[in-house]
Design a binder for this molecule. Sequence first.
Ligand SMILES: [Cu+2]
Ligand SMILES: [Zn+2]
Length: 197
Amino acid sequence: MSISRGISCGALVVFVAACGGSDAPKAEVTTQAPAATQAPAAVEVTAAPARAVLRNRSGSEVGTVNFRQEGNEVVVEINARNLEGGKRAIHIHDVGSCEAPFDSSGPHFNPGNTEHGLNNPAGPHAGDLPNMTVDPDDGIGRDVFRTSRVTLVPGQPNSLLDGDGTSIIIHAGTDDETSQPAGNAGDRIVCGVITAA
Ligand SMILES: [Cu+2]
Ligand SMILES: [Zn+2]
């Protein structure tokens, strides 16, 4: 009984003080080996991955975006095709809805009520991402971005999977990263609802 109790106390570092109780000296509990070796697992940010299937306004699939949590960052892995070459604005939008012409996705995901633009001192929105690059020869866009402004952990205000969901939009133009409200990025040409993978 005392062995299993010791293990459960060491498994979650945040519960060590509570588990210590009156029958165990605090110093002994906090310095025991199980607590020290298991602490990293207890504080690590973990969340299930997410995914969006990208479709253009005609409903044709033009790629996928994969999202995974790494520490306090979300890795955004874009694999898109059939796009016009050059720099294309790509953002996470506020609503998980992609009804062409994609106004249903709402404005940029902005739980912090900041301004738009990665180069705006009063910004950016949580959903702002750098422009993606599309190869002019084959129309393929592959980029990997990392952002700590959003999370896949449920229950957080900046979680991509909460409430009415979120979506990812590719625009016809390039985000100037300063203009309000959306970087003068042009039409919404591709959309994907972000869902648990
Ligand atoms: Cu956008
Ligand atoms: Zn924005």
